[in-house]
Design a protein around this ligand. Sequence first.
Ligand SMILES: [Zn+2]
Length: 68
Amino acid sequence: MKTPSIRVQGLRPGLQVRGLDRGMTPVADWLCSCGHHERATGRPDVQQLAARVEVGTCPHLAAGSRAA
Ligand SMILES: [Zn+2]
């Protein structure tokens, strides 16, 4: 019997922010459609990450070809 491919549960492509409650440190997880994962911790970093990423757009695979 072959080993089935494992899918990470609870993480879907996109930007997920949690810890926005008062007194908590916000944490943002960005899972790119290419599989790249990035985490930002702290409100400034979370805001920067949220401003930088475009959900559904992968900046990694297109790094070589800039489209102005
Ligand atoms: Zn990517």
